[in-house]
Design a protein around this ligand. Structure first.
Ligand SMILES: NC(=O)c1ccc[n+]([C@@H]2O[C@H](COP(=O)([O-])OP(=O)(O)OC[C@H]3O[C@@H](n4cnc5c(N)ncnc54)[C@H](O)[C@@H]3O)[C@@H](O)[C@H]2O)c1
Ligand SMILES: [Zn+2]
Length: 338
C-alpha cells in the first residue's frame, strides 16, 4: 500500500492499494449512520456491492447512474441530492464515488452542496480518474453551453485507489487515461516515456498523483501554478463540447496538447529538435490528433470556458518536455495561431 498526503483546505490521504481489505480504512471517515455509494451501470455490473461490507454497522445505500458524459448534468445532480434528502442523510453521513471521472465530478458536487458539505470518499476506477480527477477538489456538472460550467472546489476526505479495478477497463479508456498521463510528462520528468510505455502500473499512478498533489498543495484554487494542469485542456474542452462528447476526455486532451505544441512552436520559437521530442511523448499511444473544427469555432467555444477572462485566455505552452509556461493570449491572436 502506498500513501500520498494532500494538504489543502482539507488534509487527506490518497491510498494506492491492490488489496481490497485495505478499503476498511475508509470506514473511519464516516461519523454518521448512512453511506451512499454512487456508481454507474458499467461499474455496478462489474463491482456492484464490492464496497458495501466495509461499512460495518452503517446503512449502505447504492445509487446507479447511467454511464457517459451526457449524464453529468443538473437533472442527475438533483436526483442524487433528493435521494439523500428522502433517505434522511445528515451532515455526518457520507457519499462514496465509485467509478470514473463522470461519477466522481457529479458526486463530489453533490457532496459539496448537500447541507453545505458532507463527507466524500473517492474510489476512482478509471485510469483518468485515478491519476487526475479524484484528487484536487474540482467538482461539477456540464451545462448545455459547455463543460464543467457549474461546480465548486471541494476536497474529498479520502481517496482509495485499487489498481485491480482498473484491469477491466476497455482499451479505449486506458488510452483516454493516457492522454491525461501524457499531460503530466509535459509538466515533470518524474513521468517519462519509459514509465508511460510500461502501461498502467502503480508507479505510474503514484508519480502522476505526486505531481497533482504537489500542485494542489501549493495552489488549491488555481490562482497561479495550478493553471499548468490545464495543459491541452483549453482547446481540448472546446473540442469535447463542439463534438457533443463524441470523443473521450483523454482523447480531447491529446488533441489539445497537439495544439499546445503547435502554438508553442510559433510563440516560443521551439527548435525542430524540441518539437520532435515533444511529439515523441505525445505519440506514445498513437492518438488521433485530427480536429474537424475551424479556428473560429474553437475560439468561440473557448470564450465560454470558465478559464477565459475578458478578451484573452491563459494558455499553457511548453518550452520543452517537463517545462510548461502559461501565456496570456488574446482571442484574436489565438484565432490566427490555431
Ligand atoms: N475534477 C477534475 O479535476 C477532473 C479532471 C479530469 C477529468 N475530469 C472529468 O472526468 C470525466 C472523464 O472521466 P473518465 O474518463 O473516468 O470517464 P467516465 O467516468 O465516463 O468512465 C469511462 C467509462 O469507463 C467505464 N468504467 C469505469 N470504471 C471501469 C472499470 N473499472 N472497468 C470497466 N469500465 C469502467 C465507465 O462506465 C465509462 O463508460 C470528464 O467529465 C472530465 O471532465 C475531471
Ligand atoms: Zn483533464
Amino acid at each position: 500500500m502506498l500513501t500520498l498526503k494532500v494538504n489543502a483546505s482539507k488534509n487527506y490521504d490518497i491510498i494506492l492499494s491492490d488489496n481490497l481489505s485495505q478499503f476498511s480504512l475508509m470506514a473511519s471517515h464516516v461519523n454518521g449512520s448512512n453511506v451512499l455509494i454512487v456508481t454507474d451501470d458499467n461499474v455496478n455490473a462489474l463491482y456492484g456491492g464490492a464496497l458495501d461490507n466495509y461499512f460495518t454497522g452503517k446503512n449502505v445505500f447504492t445509487y446507479v447512474l447511467p454511464h457517459g458524459e451526457e449524464n453529468k448534468n443538473g437533472e442527475n445532480y438533483f436526483k442524487i441530492i433528493n435521494f439523500l434528502a428522502e433517505n434522511g442523510f445528515t451532515r455526518n453521513d457520507a457519499v462514496v464515488t465509485f467509478g470514473g471521472g463522470v461519477v466522481g465530478d457529479i458526486v463530489a458536487f453533490v457532496a459539496s452542496t448537500y447541507m453545505r458539505g458532507i463527507t466524500l470518499i473517492a474510489v476512482p476506477t478509471t485510469l483518468l480518474s485515478a491519476v487526475d480527477s479524484s484528487v484536487g477538489g474540482k467538482t461539477g456538472i456540464d451545462l448545455p453551453s459547455g463543460k464543467n460550467l457549474c461546480g465548486t472546489f471541494y476536497q474529498p476526505n479520502a481517496v482509495y485507489i485499487n489498481v485491480n479495478f482498473l484491469k477491466t477497463l476497455p482499451n479505449r479508456e486506458v488510452v483516454s487515461g493516457m492522454g491525461e498521463v501524457i499531460k503530466y510528462a509535459f509538466l515533470s520528468d518524474t513521468v517519462n516515456s519509459e514509465l508511460i510505455s510500461k502501461g498502467v502500473t502503480k508507479e505510474l499512478i503514484y508519480n502522476c498523483l505526486q505531481i497533482k498533489a504537489n500542485v494542489v498543495n501549493n495552489d488549491e484554487f488555481e490562482n497561479g501554478l495550478r493553471m499548468i494542469l490545464n495543459l491541452g485542456h483549453t482547446v481540448g474542452h472546446a473540442i469535447e463540447s463542439l463534438s457533443g462528447y463524441n470523443y473521450s476526455h483523454g482523447e480531447c486532451v491529446a488533441k489539445g496538447i497537439n495544439y499546445a505544441i503547435k502554438l508553442s512552436k510559433k510563440v516560443l520559437n521551439l527548435s525542430d529538435n524540441v518539437t520532435t521530442k515533444l511529439y515523441g511523448v505525445l505519440n506514445l499511444y498513437n492518438f488521433d490528433l485530427t480536429c474537424n473544427f475551424t479556428a473560429k469555432e474553437l475560439v468561440n467555444q473557448i470564450k465560454k470556458d470558465k478559464k477565459s477572462t475578458g478578451d484573452s485566455v491563459n494558455f499553457v505552452l511548453v518550452e520543452d518536455v517537463a517545462k510548461p509556461v502559461v501565456k496570456k493570449i488574446s482571442y484574436t491572436e489565438l484565432e490566427n495561431l490555431l
